[in-house]
Design a protein around this ligand. Structure first.
Ligand code: AMP
Ligand code: MG
Length: 539
């Protein structure tokens, strides 16, 4: 190993704080809770923590920011990325935003426990907003403490990076630092509060602006501030659209509709359920943002939600995500309407969302099935049939697609195979073998025969099909029970599984023979265990 190099934090980190420089600030300084009007943000200082220690960092994110390994592994790093040491070039602030929570307008929310340190300019000139989550109260903390626990911080840190390596648009995570302090949480809101280890995640994104950042100004009638934020967003994050004008606003909204549709299709592709798709959790860049009570589909169930707060309504269940994203875009359209004053083009953009979603979904499913191109007359039925058989018996979605890819189609004429033998290679994907009744087996086999014929028709050989499928159907995802095991260990002082999972999930599409255990379906003990199949918003 090389000896650590000398470093100078002030030189290593180049900040260019456009957001605070160009947008209206709350004149009041300090962290006291308040309503903040006519301002995009409030300047705040992170709260000092007792003993910040690095638990993990993502080297790819460090590289994007131009941070050397020596710096990331230095004693300074946890002090800086817990908020203990604020550098001169930083300009810490919390953003003001509102949002619809579970369909209801909630008024001012804002960065209640996220503090943006400023914007780092990476080696390629790209700006990255660097944000600490859990670094103490801000004016937007309402009745909460501004802190975060290790449990939820591990989940955010690992999932951000897992999603990135899966090719899903997402905010990133630079680091996970434990604070050496305890934070009291009532994990299931059932009157059992207990102290848990505290942590700070440093999140990184070109922008953390959400739909709710625009909604708050529209709701308050602060249209001039709304316009400043829209103009700023277009100039900094959508410069290809040209100078702000009514036409540009529309082009911008159309693009937000498109990127949002693409993000949702990615979620469906990999089996991700966000869990809290409130409008304040929707990124204007179409990034997955705010990893709270999210979950990964185990058995394919469109009605599944990991979020116990949503258990009654299933508003944010896996299969509802496309509609909810549309509903959220309608709220964004309402918010920017005062700048456009025409409903028709906004409605057109919203219907383009549906088209974009459909076409991304079709091409994604084509890839997931290893086909060359989507043929509506054949594939609409093929896909509907697939989604039906996935629900006949509890079927692990991730394993199913990998096993489907490995099928040797055409080796023997399919009509010579009995149903049970034909579906045998998929057995691994089923949670409860007894559910594979003769009738279910026949229906699954019937779909497989149809798929077989379609592959034949497509003219794709097994090897090509397998490669195509394995490039979009991950072998490894952050299974809910794996994250929980990593948390259990880390809470006992052993972060090794966090490191193992971070490494594993760097290559989610590759076979990693020595990591086969991490590709196993959820064990029975995890079926009902809190943190594995059920999560609350407590974090
Ligand atoms: P979320 O459900 O995480 O999207 O959070 C909704 C709102 O509550 C946001 O404004 C958060 O910043 C805020 N919030 C969540 N947890 C805390 C906390 N522990 N302290 C302060 N604010 C919080
Ligand atoms: Mg949020």
């Amino acid at each position: 190993m090389n000896a650590p190099q000398e470093y100078q934090p002030q030189e290593t980190l180049t900040f260019d704080n456009r957001f605070t420089r160009e947008l209206p600030a709350d004149p009041e300084i300090g962290n006291t809770r308040r309503q903040v009007t006519r301002a995009c943000y409030s300047r705040v200082q992170p709260t000092q923590v007792a003993q910040p220690q690095l638990v993990a960092y993502a080297r790819e994110v460090a590289e994007e920011l131009g941070l050397s390994r020596a710096f990331c592994e230095s004693d300074d790093f946890p002090h800086i990325f817990s908020g203990n040491r604020v550098l001169d070039s930083m300009d810490p602030y919390a953003m003001c935003y509102g949002g619809h929570q579970f369909g209801n307008w909630a008024g001012q929310l804002g960065d209640g426990r996220a503090i943006n340190l400023g914007e780092i300019v990476g080696p390629t000139g790209k700006h990255w907003v660097v944000q600490l989550k859990g670094a103490g109260p801000t004016p937007y903390s309402r009745s909460a403490d501004g802190l975060a626990v290790l449990r939820s911080s591990i989940r955010e840190f690992l999932c951000s990076e897992a999603m990135y390596h899966l090719g899903v648009p997402t905010t990133r995570a630079l680091s996970l630092v434990s604070t050496g302090e305890h934070v009291v949480r009532d994990m299931f809101y059932d009157g059992n509060p207990k102290p848990e280890p505290g942590a700070v995640v440093c999140r990184v994104a070109p922008s953390f602006v959400r739909f709710g950042n625009f909604q708050i100004f529209a709701a308050r009638g602060e249209i001039d501030v709304l316009q400043r934020l829209v103009d700023y967003t277009i100039r900094t994050d959508f410069p290809h659209l040209g100078e702000p004008s009514q036409a540009t606003y529309l082009a911008w909204f159309e693009e937000v509709c498109r990127t949002t549709a693409q993000m949702i299709v990615h979620w469906l592709r990999v089996g991700f359920v966000h869990g809290v798709m409130n409008t304040d959790n929707m990124s204007i860049l179409g990034l997955t943002i705010d990893y709270g009570p999210y979950g990964w589909l185990e058995n394919y169930d469109p009605n599944w939600t990991p979020n116990t707060t949503d258990a009654a309504g299933h508003r944010y269940a896996f299969g509802k995500q496309p509609q909810i994203a549309h509903w959220n875009l309608v709220q964004l359209a309402n918010a920017i309407y005062p700048l456009i004053e025409q409903t028709e083009p906004l409605e057109k953009a919203l219907s383009n969302y549906v088209q974009e979603f459909e076409s991304c979904w079709q091409s994604t499913m084509t890839h997931k099935l290893g086909l060359q191109a989507f043929k509506p007359d054949l594939d609409d039925g093929l896909i509907t049939g697939l989604l039906e058989i996935l629900q006949l018996a509890e079927t692990d979605m991730t394993i199913f697609y990998r096993r489907l890819a490995s099928l040797e189609l055409g080796a023997k004429p399919v009509d010579q195979l009995d149903d049970a033998t034909f579906i045998q290679p998929l057995f691994d994907a089923y949670y409860v073998p007894e559910q594979l009744t003769p009738e279910t087996t026949t229906r699954i086999a019937a779909w497989l025969r149809r798929y077989h014929d379609r592959v034949r028709e497509d003219g794709t050989d097994n090897e090509t099909r397998r490669k195509r499928m394995n490039a979009v159907n991950p072998k490894y995802v952050l299974r809910n029970y794996l994250a929980q095991l990593a948390i259990d260990k880390a809470e006992q002082g052993d972060p090794s599984m966090v490191h193992d999972l971070l490494e594993l999930l760097r290559h989610p599409y590759d076979e990693q023979p020595d990591k086969e255990a991490y590709a196993q379906k959820r064990p029975d003990w995890a079926r009902q265990r809190p943190g594995c199949s059920m999560l609350s918003c407590s974090s």
